[in-house]
Ligand binder design. Sequence first.
Ligand SMILES: [Zn+2]
Length: 557
Amino acid sequence: MCAQCSHSFTPQYPDFPDYEHKGDDDNNRDRWLLGEDVPGVENGTWSCPHDAVDGFNKCPFHLPVSDRPPELDVTAAFLQHIEEAQNLETRRDRRRNVQFIDAKFESFDIAGEVIDTGSGHFINISHSTIKNANFKRTRVRQPIRFAHATFQEPTNFQSAIFDGYVGMKNAKFLKPARFKGAIFNKPFAIRHSTFVKDAFFWHTVFKEYATFRDVDFEGYAYFRGVDFEKYVRFSQAHFYDEAWFKLGEFGDDADFIDTRFDSSHSFINAEFKRTTNFSGVRSSGPMDLSGAKLESLEMTPDKIESATQYVDLSESSINEGELGQPDEGEILYDVERATLGNIAVTSSDDTSVADNIRIVATNFDGFEFESDDMDPEVVGWKIHTVFDESLLPEDRRGSLSPKKLRETYLKAKNGAKQVGNTTAAGHFYYKEMTYRRKHLANLTPSSAGTKFRNRFDWLRNAVLWVVTGYGEYPLRVIGSSIGIVLGFGGLYQIFAATEASISESLLFSAQSFITFIVGSPPQGTTTVVATLSLFQGFIGAFFIALFVYTFTRRLSR
Ligand SMILES: [Zn+2]
């Protein structure tokens, strides 16, 4: 009969590693996951329940590696203990039999195996040191803990399926860790862990909540195509190197509060289906959320790392949420070609934030252009301008082409109309037409026909601009009317049959302008004067209609 393993493990309370972010893990013993509720723990000491290897006083898992006989297969011993557990009578014995705490695995290759103890107890591998962990396509049917474990060699969890809770709290991965295609059917908790090298979570599926809170990703972090079906937390996580969330799916709330990105990162085509909170996110360079699809985005940071922060939301689509400003410093949100729904652009004080958001060719779907904090009038309705152009990527600095600006204000006009803001719509329409005129002047015609058409379009636009201010300025109609009366007055003077005073000519011009009935010209009628008068009468009627139109247009706002 074998003796019991003599190994015991006493975490040195209270010498716990000091986490940078303590958060909700203040209960020290629980941090070690060796509280008194764990069977085999007495007075803070856990003792090993397993049989010692023949001729030694330790079990296969605790025998020093140098003492292990060549025929000893620790992985096989692990599988044997799992299988034995199925036949044990008591709950306590079953739990004890699957404790591998503080164990040393020289190799842990259970690729393709199905791990099933027939009960819902945790397999506890906490505090262990594991080399060459290979869980490729392994199916683990119950909960498993790797808390405080150290993975010394590359770790492979590719396409593994976990049917129970997986605890990897405070684990350390010294070499690349691969979770590509793994499926977690129950919650996954890996908070406070450290990936010293690259972490691959490509197309990994998390069916329940996942928490990566305060995880340090010191190498690349690949979350491409990752699928979080429930709540996920990356709060206080620190990405030292590249972080890729391209095509990721976030089915529930996603929490990136105080997350830190030191290097490039991408959320292109990532889809956030519920509330996403990026408040207090820190980024050494631009914060890149370009191309992301966000149902509800919250960015209301208390503070930012430096005086200014550039947040690239270009080509993203945001249905609702808030783009806020910190108490100190300023954030520049770039929404070029993005689609904005009901987004509040807010400031922490009373200053307008109209130049804290760069609107270029942006689409709108329910966006309110004017609010307590957002007042485009402050920037003369030039919504494409920003408070500091040097924050922008180089290719977005400098003046924009009239074509792009025309598109910008056309879309803004339509957006303002949609929410019933006719004042903003009017201002944007004026800008749209102005940039359209400039664009037409810049066009290089491809043929004589298009040249004529461009010129004609330009002329029509220019006339509308001068005469009516694109229908936005009724006073301009009055001004142009006076100009016409003066002009025709001059003509009557020139084509007069007999001598007449200038005031008489002007009076006749004014009469012709406001009525179709030709008055009797002071100079006597000639054919030229009669024709001119008829023509002026027609223009006059047109201008009066124009005045009424622009005036009522303004009144109706
Ligand atoms: Zn032991």
